[in-house]
Design a protein around this ligand. Structure first.
Ligand SMILES: Cc1cc2nc3c(=O)[nH]c(=O)nc-3n(C[C@H](O)[C@H](O)[C@H](O)COP(=O)(O)OP(=O)(O)OC[C@H]3O[C@@H](n4cnc5c(N)ncnc54)[C@H](O)[C@@H]3O)c2cc1C
Length: 458
């Protein structure tokens, strides 16, 4: 029997690992694999920071598994076909009767697994990436919901009725924290602690402190008011079911208290579930097709100069530019800003949402096909339960509402440090009147762009 880690580098609530521990015959060596497949990861637009984060977790898992009597081998296999070749050879050489792994929802990953099974590899799959199993939250016609709110209601009803399977931690000797930490501390992702530390320290602190103000603070990018759990969930190094278990330990009545402040955070976790369930039912989304087929023929503008200005944070709209620089400098972006910049790219510049989706994946530490595709198609109005096409964010108004004093803008655009608060959201006229040695020009006019977008979408 062989254990294969993929998007689930964790010992906590890992169904394939739990099964492996229970079923493994004690007189055989316990062996597990993880493949470093950089060619494949680049093909899937994984960012350098995400790759670094995943590798840190793979290497941190070696001593943890050793403690459970499992030898984890981290093997370099450039792509999925190399993974298949390696496993086929290994299984033949060692007469492996069963390979255990947790399933992955994305199309290419599923195709790889089908090919493996077809070639005779005895692959047994479990589900570890969602709270409620995919395919269990359906409308009355037995299909996936097309709107979030009824999905959420049905998801909650399912959890209340059937609960959810949480496997907990596997008992082992206590490892000291030093052993669990990554050996490489100066990597790009090192400002994000290893999952074990996040579970022990960051998450409980968030539940005890910031969660009470989450609803009020979650839209203010200058405040660290959100959990920062997305890289861990996206890389599968923290279990979503563990997240719900810990949340319910702190707030036992939360599933009934849907109007509570704390529920607003669970609401976001359910959005994550919604997009993963959607991807499961609509595999064409993995091929970057518009969810709403009527947008298939849209002729988006192909303007490299405008796209580059957006990528570099040089649109002349301070909130958009500060957001893009946050992404470029840190590998993460605040949710409100993701909505603002995605709306700006698709509706002010009329550039294909797929370019933005790709750029996000190539730069985000939490890049995740389901949530990223869902977020982009929501903003571009091509998606499932998306923003209606005529709702076009005004980037100046968004800036006034969510960064009223310009604190976030000044952090990422130090060149605007001296601009007074009342001009910070749209400073070009002010700058033109002063002697500041600064070129500042919006690349499009908001009112013109809005009218153009309305006509374009219509
Ligand atoms: C255009 C766009 C692209 C996005 N791309 C990604 C992506 O690649 N990966 C990713 O994990 N999230 C993505 N999101 C969703 C969201 O922006 C991030 O999950 C969130 O900002 C992560 O910060 P946090 O963990 O502090 O969130 P919190 O506010 O603390 O939320 C907790 C968790 O809930 C989930 N969540 C929150 N908001 C959403 C949402 N709108 N959709 C789905 N799940 C959500 C995430 O797993 C998040 O970690 C995207 C949103 C947009 C609008």
């Amino acid at each position: 029997m062989l254990l294969w880690f993929r998007n689930d580098l964790r010992t906590h609530d890992n169904p394939a690992l739990h099964y492996f521990m229970d079923a493994h015959c004690s007189d055989h060596p316990r062996k597990a694999f993880f493949f470093i497949s950089e060619k494949q990861w680049h093909c899937h637009d994984w960012s350098a920071i995400k790759i670094d984060f995943v590798k840190r977790h793979a290497f941190a898992l070696i001593p943890e598994l050793a403690n459970l009597g499992i030898e984890l081998e981290v093997v370099t296999a450039p792509d999925f076909s190399a993974q298949i070749d390696y496993l086929k050879k290994y299984c033949k050489q060692h007469d492996i009767q069963s390979v255990l792994a947790n399933s992955e929802v994305e199309y290419n990953e599923q195709q790889r697994d089908k090919l493996l099974i077809k070639s005779g590899i005895p692959l047994r799959l479990f589900e570890a990436d969602v709270i409620v199993p995919k395919g269990k939250v359906l409308n009355q016609s037995g299909a996936m919901f097309k709107v979030f709110t009824p999905f959420k209601k049905s998801w909650l009803a399912y959890v209340k009725k059937f609960g959810f399977e949480y496997l907990g931690k596997i008992k082992s000797k206590k490892l000291n924290d030093v052993e669990l930490k990554s050996t490489e501390n100066n990597t790009r992702s090192s400002s994000w602690p290893i999952a074990h530390d996040y579970e022990l320290n960051t998450l409980p602190t968030f539940f005890q402190g910031k969660l009470a103000d989450y609803a009020a603070h979650r839209d203010i990018p200058s405040i660290k008011g959100t959990s920062g759990i997305s890289p861990y969930l996206a890389a599968g190094v923290i279990s979503p079911r563990y997240v719900l278990v810990s949340l319910l330990n702190s707030f036992p009545d939360l599933l009934l208290a849907t109007d509570s402040k704390e529920f607003s955070w669970l609401n976001e976790i359910i959005w994550r579930e919604f997009y993963r369930h959607l991807l499961f039912h609509e595999q064409r989304l993995c091929k970057h097709q518009c969810f709403n087929k009527k947008y298939k023929e849209v002729q988006w503008y192909d303007n490299k100069e405008l796209f580059n200005a957006w990528c570099e944070g040089k649109t002349g709209y301070p909130l958009v530019d500060a957001a893009m620089r946050q992404l470029n400098q840190t590998g993460w972006m605040h949710n409100r800003l993701r909505m603002v910049v995605a709306s700006f790219l698709t509706k002010h510049l009329l550039i294909d949402w797929r370019f933005g989706e790709k750029y996000f994946m190539q730069n985000l530490i939490d890049g995740d096909l389901a949530s990223n595709n869902g977020g982009w198609q929501w903003a571009a109005s091509t998606g499932c339960d998306a923003q209606p096409y005529f709702r076009i964010f005004n980037p100046i108004r968004q800036s006034e509402r969510f960064d009223p004093n310009g604190d976030f803008i000044r952090k990422y655009l130090p060149e605007l440090e001296s601009i007074p608060d009342k001009h910070i959201h749209f400073p070009h006229q002010y700058i033109a009147k002063t002697k500041l040695q600064l070129y500042w020009q919006p690349i499009v006019d908001h009112k013109d762009a809005r009218l153009k977008a309305l006509a374009f979408y219509k």
